[in-house]
Design a protein around this ligand. Sequence first.
Ligand code: PLP
Ligand code: COI
Length: 329
Amino acid sequence: MGYALKETEFRYRAWTKEGKWQLGELTTDKYVKIHEGSNVFHYGQALFEGLKAYRTKEGNIQLFRPELNFERINAGLDRLVAPRLNRELFFDAITKVVEANIDDIPDYGTGKSLYIRPYVIGHGMNLGVKPSDEYMFSVFCAPVGTYFAGGLQALEFVSTDFDRAATNGTGQVKVAGNYAASLYPRQLAKDQGYAGVIYLDPSTHTKIDEVGAANFFAITNDNVVVTPKSSSILPSITRRSILYIAEHILGMKVEERDCFIEGLDEFKEAGACGTAAIITPIKAITHKGKRHQFGNGDVGPTIKKLYDTLVGIYYGDIEAPEGWMHTVL
Ligand code: PLP
Ligand code: COI
């Protein structure tokens, strides 16, 4: 089951009819029966999202910035030449799945949450390479803990010569093919005992792009929060939120710019961030056999502050900026 702590009972399915989305419904059927000639099996016309529901101290259930997942899934659908989802369908699906699986939402104080996985696939017999005529949108969920390791613990990462996405490819959208391309470099890194992979910019391989399933950020020696600017990385909702927190709550300077893999000395702390990764501190990056450690290798004070603020917002312990939290129940 990988990252999932258990399977939940209810999922939501919606289908297009003559290419137009229809509202869907909840089902307990875990299996999808579609034609063997479907695009999703051969040409990778598939994409997904990831967001979480959190239980607050008062017992409410809230989602973190789901509007941004809605925007991003539609950006991905445009890139895959698939029909956009409307807001009613997206939120109907998420709300119903969260409500139906409410007993599987981890308790406040456990550090766990309910991971929600919306996805769209192109289906129907289609042997030539062209967009599908019909699509399915589904949402399922699972309770989860942390993605990389238990708690706030600094981990070892390694750079790779492989690319997960091309300079003007599909890195900015959450399409399935990006993840297929990442499996081999991930395996090599795991076999060598690393927690994950650092991808470099595909054109020059001199700048950090992102981590396999998370974005990269770092704190300079003079306390600026820096994150790479690149056309081949996913615009992480967590990264955008961290930059906002750093600037508007912690009063720090923030920059989106190049982060050279040979210039890591300018940083005293580094981290990987994402819905699943939350904030995972990076202890060291090994590049071409040379290990660069950030600070003394422990969780740095700025990363700790960013983590506490972000997680406080997730669980409703810290007031969120206007419009961030979406209360389901
Ligand atoms: N980059 C990649 C490749 C990812 O798969 C993810 C996970 O969603 C992220 C970054 C982090 O994005 P977000 O913070 O929106 O979850
Ligand atoms: C996420 O953080 O939502 C991801 O997509 C990462 C991973 C589980 C693929």
